[in-house]
Design a protein around this ligand. Structure first.
Ligand code: ADP
Ligand code: MG
Length: 483
């Protein structure tokens, strides 16, 4: 638990998140119009999306299935009966004057999500609900000095709104929640989780209280579009509230904006100015009735999800919770690791993947999908160490070349002549030369300066360009120095 140290003592942060996740679907929630990102403005708008009189919404079964799959992935209760409501408000990018959403009876009820914290610990956070709704269009205010333009491509696109309980207690936990949620959505395939393109957006509800006291009044920060900003916005907002309270003020419930250039939250509207959405069931849509067998069939086709995969990696491969967590975070990483580990020592495989490979990918700004080193080739490199063709040290050098050129490890070893020297005669020769050239140091060693052993090993490795088998060097050197 992390507290904010105020002038008058400790304060605890309380956070609940509302995430809008765009469903990966070729068509919109209630129309057949396309949804591809980046299309020419107003090129993907049907009469339904533009709210022409007399047009009727038709539910997209695929989107319903994605919401159910996601609910199952969040270990949540699936509501076999749910209702679509109209949420009424007026805005230029909402041609119908209402958004079709779900209010009292959402498609998915209570669920849970496990946070994996960087220190390897985990904690369970409650999910309140998940409901289906359509997105609004987009107002473009920066295209003309005096006019605003409207792009309705986004109007009607299917969203899942996923609401958490106020269970999060620090900005870091909020970050861990979003990373985990994104990971689950990607495993399920219901949302690409791409925050830069706006397919995952987050409203952050933040309050502060004295440890153990009842919840304080919250403020909601709207539409934050990166995990980094979510963390910064929550930290700023909690600090602001602590300062207000310590000066004897009160927090007014309000909606705030995150200013991405000044890095502050600013008031947008207070509770008094809040919209009255006049929710009522949409008369154009029947309640959604799900066949329990259909839901069970979907459950059977769910992939292995991150938590289960992590548990299996810890159990079967004896990995640490931390390594397992890092590997299962993205399915492509987990698959890569399993290919490397197949028939090999899993701990060695995990070290190469999480250490060397992730390090190089990180530095190159590459995703695992674009790794120049294939899982098969990394496995081949590990085999070359295991059968004594190369030493672990030379392997690092080979790996660097593999990453630069994408070549097979055996080819690099042959081409560069990196094959390990296991010929005892050759190693003895090198050792004799090193000892002869350092007679003084040999004296010192023999009169008790044990630490010099490392120096001799280093000299021999240098003389053999790192190719001498380290175990043999140790053995022969020990014999010659002590014998
Ligand atoms: P509304 O209906 O106004 O959207 P909800 O009860 O649905 O309010 O809560 C919205 C979000 O606010 C949820 O994620 C919830 O966890 C969070 N929340 C509720 N109370 C608090 C609080 N005191 N501090 C922080 N977050 C809160
Ligand atoms: Mg809400």
């Amino acid at each position: 638990m992390s507290y904010i140290q105020g002038e008058t003592g400790d304060w605890e942060i309380v956070i609940g998140l509302e995430v809008h996740a765009q469903i990966t679907s070729n068509a919109k929630l209630f129309s057949g119009a396309a949804t591809a990102f980046g299309a020419e403005p107003n090129s993907q708008v049907s009469f339904v999306d533009a709210a022409f009189p007399g047009m009727l919404p038709v539910i997209n079964e695929y989107c319903v299935e994605q919401a159910v799959r996601t609910g199952l992935g969040l270990k949540a209760k699936i509501n076999h009966h749910s209702v679509f409501d109209r949420k009424n408000y007026f805005y230029a990018d909402l041609p119908s004057g209402y958004q079709i959403s779900q209010y009292q009876q959402p498609i998915v009820g209570e669920g849970k999500l496990v946070l994996d914290m960087p220190d390897g610990t985990s904690r369970t956070v409650g999910i309140t609900r998940l409901h289906l709704e359509q997105d609004a269009g987009k107002s473009l205010h920066d295209q003309h000095p005096a006019k605003s333009y409207i792009d309705l491509n986004r109007a009607g696109v299917a969203l899942m709104e996923i609401v958490s309980e106020p269970d999060l207690r620090s900005a870091e936990e909020a970050g861990a929640y979003l990373r985990k949620l994104r990971s689950i959505l990607r495993y399920i395939g219901s949302c690409d989780g791409n925050m830069e393109e706006g397919s995952m957006r987050c409203d952050c509800n933040v309050s502060v209280r004295r440890p153990g006291a009842p919840f304080g009044t919250r403020c909601e920060i709207k539409n934050v579009n990166s995990i980094r900003f979510v963390i910064a916005a929550i930290e700023y907002e909690a600090q602001r509230q602590v300062e207000v309270l310590e000066e004897g003020g009160t927090i007014v419930q309000e909606t705030r904006l995150w200013d991405t250039t000044k890095l502050v939250t600013r008031s947008m509207r207070s509770k008094e100015e809040a919209h009255d959405y006049r929710y009522f069931p949409d008369p154009d849509l029947l309640p959604l009735e799900l066949d329990p067998d259909w839901v069970e069939d979907i459950r059977k086709t769910l992939p292995e999800l991150p938590d289960e995969k992590k548990a299996r990696f810890i159990e079967d491969y004896k990995l640490s919770a931390y390594d397992a967590g890092v590997l299962v975070n993205e399915k492509a990483r987990a698959d890569y690791f399993e290919t490397v580990a197949k028939g090999r020592d899993p701990k060695i495989a995990a070290n190469w993947v999480t250490g060397d490979l992730f390090g190089y990918l990180n530095k190159a700004g590459k995703e695992i999908e674009d790794s120049p080193v294939s899982a098969e080739n990394l496995g081949g490199l590990i085999d070359l160490i295991a059968d004594d063709t190369i030493s672990g040290r030379i392997a690092k050098e080979v790996f660097e070349t593999m990453f630069e050129t994408g070549e097979k490890p055996a080819d690099i070893v042959e081409k560069k002549g990196l094959r390990q020297v296991t010929d005892t005669g050759a190693i003895e020769g090198a050792i004799d030369a090193v000892l002869a050239a350092n007679a003084g140091k040999v004296e010192e060693f023999r009169s008790g300066k044990d630490k010099l052993f490392g120096f001799f090993v280093g000299q021999v490795m240098k003389a053999t360009q790192g190719k001498a088998n380290p175990a043999l060097v140790n053995e022969i050197l020990t014999k010659k120095l002590k014998g």
